[in-house]
Design a protein around this ligand. Structure first.
Ligand code: NAI
Length: 396
C-alpha cells in the first residue's frame, strides 16, 4: 500500500516501515560514530520500542555491544492498517542487531501484567541466566493492576487550582490560551498508579526473586523536571506526583539491590518530542522555544544523544555515578542551563501565532513529530508501494 500520515487528535494512526527503519538506522549510526562504552552486556529494556527506551536499547546494543531483551506494547499490521511505529522500529532494530551478531529478542504485551513479567523472566533464564541492567522506560495512559484488577487512567492536570497558559497546536501552528481544571484526588491516585514506581518495583521484586539479576546489576527509570512555566501542568501536577513516587521508589530499590551490590537510579532527561510528550498541553510550545535556543547554542540533543551521554558519561564511567542532592542523575543539565532558560523565558510572554515561526522551532517540532511515525525523512520514497506487513523476527 501507499502509506500516508493520518491523524486522530494528537495521535498519528499510521506509520511508515521504511521511514521507521531509517530513523532506527540513523540512531545506530550515531552511536557507532561515538567511542565504545565499557558497559552492560545483558540488558532488559521495558518500554523498548520508541522514545527514550528505544534509544536506550540502541545505545546498549551498538554502544556497549550488549545483548538485549525489549518489552513493549505495539500492534502489528492487519488488513489495511499499518503496524504502529514501535513495531516497525523493533523490526528494524532486531534486523540490525542480528546483522551485527548481537542477540536481540522482544516481548510484545502488557508490561504491567504478571504474565509478561513471568514470560520475560523465563526468557532471561533460558537465554542468559542473568541481566546486568534493567531500563524502565514505560509511558502509558492506562494500567490494569495485576493484583486487584483495578483499571487506572493517568491524566495530565494541575493540582489545587486551574492552570491557564499558552499552548500550541503544531498542526495549525496556532498559539492559544488553554485552561486546565485541577485534578481530583482520585485522578491523582490513578496517575501515580500508572506512571509512579509501583510497577517498576514489581519488576525488580520479580527479577530478584527469580534470581535473574546479576551481582552489581543496575536499574534506571526516567523522570522530568523542566522549567517553572510548565510546573503547574507537569512537575507540580498529576504526572509530577507520579514522578515524585518514581524517584522515591528508586531509593527503595537501591536499598533492595544492596545485598547483590546493585544500584537503582532515576535519570532526569531532557524534554523531547515523543509520542507521550506531544499529548501534554503547554509542553510542545515550550519544547519548540527550547529547541530553537538549544540548536542556536549547539546544545541540541535528541533521544539517542541523551541516552549515549547517560551511558557514557553517567552510568558507565568506571567511577561513582554523579547525582544531584536528591540522588538523581541529571542529563537535563543543558536544557536547564541558566542562559538557555533565560532566553526561553524571555520569549515565552512574546510568542504568538504571528511570530511562532520566527522565535520558536515549530518546524523542527513538527518534523520530529512526523518522523516518530517514519514520515518526512530524506531518502524514503513515500509514493512507493510499501509492504506494511513487517516481521519482528523474534515475535514469529
Ligand atoms: P514513548 O511513548 O516514546 O515510549 C513508551 C514506551 O512504553 C513504548 O515502548 C511503549 O510500547 C511502551 N509501553 C507503553 N505501555 C506499555 C505497556 N502497557 N506494556 C508494555 N510496554 C508499554 O515515551 P517516552 O517519552 O520515551 O517516555 C519514556 C519515559 O521517559 C517516561 O517515564 C517519561 O516520563 C520519561 N521522560 C520523557 C521525556 C520526554 O520529553 N519525552 C522527558 C523526560 C523523561
Amino acid at each position: 500500500m501507499i502509506i500516508k500520515p493520518k491523524f486522530r487528535g494528537f495521535i498519528c494512526t499510521t506509520a511508515h516501515p521504511a521511514g521507521c527503519e531509517r530513523q532506527v538506522l540513523k540512531q545506530i549510526d550515531y552511536v557507532r560514530s561515538q567511542s565504545a562504552i565499557n558497559g552492560p552486556k545483558k540488558v532488559l529494556v521495558i518500554g523498548a520500542s520508541t522514545g527514550y527506551g528505544l534509544a536506550s536499547r540502541i545505545t546498549a546494543a551498538f554502544g556497549a555491544g550488549a545483548d538485549t531483551i525489549g518489552v513493549f506494547f505495539e500492534r502489528p499490521s492487519s488488513g489495511n492498517r499499518t503496524a504502529t511505529a514501535g513495531w516497525y522500529n523493533s523490526a528494524a532494530f532486531e534486523k540490525a542487531a542480528q546483522q551485527a551478531g548481537l542477540f536481540a529478542k522482544s516481548i510484545n504485551g502488557d508490561a504491567f501484567s504478571n504474565e509478561i513479567k513471568q514470560q520475560t523472566i523465563e526468557l532471561i533464564k533460558q537465554e542468559w541466566g542473568q541481566v546486568d541492567l534493567v531500563v524502565y522506560s514505560l509511558a502509558a495512559p492506562k494500567r490494569v493492576h495485576p493484583v486487584t484488577g483495578e483499571v487506572f487512567s493517568s491524566v495530565l492536570k494541575p493540582i489545587g487550582q486551574t492552570f491557564t497558559n499558552k499552548t500550541v497546536d503544531f498542526h495549525t501552528e496556532e498559539v492559544s490560551q488553554i485552561s486546565i481544571e485541577p485534578a481530583t484526588e482520585e485522578e491523582i491516585r490513578h496517575t501515580i498508579a500508572v506512571m509512579g514506581g509501583e510497577d517498576w518495583k514489581m519488576w525488580i521484586d520479580a527479577l530478584l526473586e527469580a534470581g535473574v539479576l546479576a551481582d552489581g546489576a543496575r536499574t534506571v527509570a526516567y523522570s522530568y523536571i523542566g522549567p517553572e512555566v510548565t510546573h503547574p501542568v507537569y512537575r507540580a501536577g498529576t504526572v509530577g506526583r507520579a514522578k515524585d513516587h518514581l524517584e522515591a521508589t528508586a531509593h527503595e530499590l537501591d536499598a533492595q539491590l544492596k545485598p547483590i551490590g546493585g544500584q537503582a537510579f532515576v535519570s532526569v532527561n531532557k524534554a523531547l518530542v515523543t509520542q507521550s510528550s506531544s499529548a501534554i498541553p503547554v509542553v510542545p510550545l515550550y519544547i519548540s522555544l527550547l529547541y530553537k535556543v538549544m540548536k542556536e547554542k549547539g546544545l541540541h540533543e535528541g533521544c539517542i544523544e541523551q541516552m549515549y551521554r547517560l551511558f557514557n558519561e553517567r552510568l558507565y564511567t568506571g567511577k561513582d555515578v554523579p547525582v544531584d542532592d536528591k540522588g538523581r542523575i541529571r542529563i537535563d543539565d543543558w536544557e536547564m542551563r541558566e542562559d538557555v532558560q533565560a532566553e526561553v523565558s524571555a520569549n515565552w510572554p512574546k510568542v504568538d501565532s504571528d511570530n511562532l515561526k520566527e522565535i520558536s522551532d515549530i518546524e523542527g517540532y513538527r518534523k520530529e513529530f512526523f518522523q516518530l511515525f517514519g514520515f518526512d525523512l530524506d531518502g524514503v520514497d513515500y509514493e512507493a508501494e510499501t509492504e506494511a506487513d513487517v516481521r519482528v523476527p523474534s515475535l514469529d
